[in-house]
Design a protein around this ligand. Structure first.
Ligand SMILES: [Mn+2]
Length: 145
């Protein structure tokens, strides 16, 4: 299994390739806000673990294994964002919250969150009921404070 840091890279590389057809060291460095030398180091590590094929001076591509894992990591990120939206987390917090938890949940937990997202999406009334609970809590908190 890739480490959390490898996961961040694989996720980003997958998105860049999906978006532009390729991922350069400089694009990854910019997207992850890290030094290009860190990217080169990580890409070498991802090459050794067979997630990418690195060709010096020519860039790199994802292996089938790298593609499969990258796709799963992007799915996980998007699912968690959707989950955050449904439970009513403010938009401005969603991205950072997902970045903070995504590497630390089991795939079991991810799949159960997937069930819950589906549960809410299958019947929007369920979201409305949740919002009512939240409104009630908000009103009560306002009374206390
Ligand atoms: Mn992410």
């Amino acid at each position: 299994m890739p480490t959390p840091s490898m996961e961040d890279y694989l996720e980003r590389i997958y998105l860049l390739i999906e978006d532009k057809g390729y991922a350069r060291v400089s694009d990854i460095a910019e997207a992850l806000d890290v030094h290009p030398s860190s990217v080169t180091k990580m890409v070498q590590k991802l090459d050794q673990t067979e997630y990418v094929i690195y060709e010096k001076y020519r860039g790199f591509v994802l292996t089938p294994k790298g593609k499969k894992v990258g796709k799963r990591l992007v799915y996980r990120h998007d699912l968690l964002e959707e989950f955050m939206r449904i439970i009513g987390v403010s938009n401005e917090n969603i991205y950072q919250d997902v970045e903070g938890i995504e590497h630390h949940l089991s795939w079991d937990a991810i799949d159960r969150i997937g069930d819950l997202v589906q549960y809410f999406e299958e019947d929007k009334n369920r979201v409305e009921i949740l919002r009512k609970v939240q409104k009630k809590n908000e009103t009560e908190n306002n009374k206390i404070n």
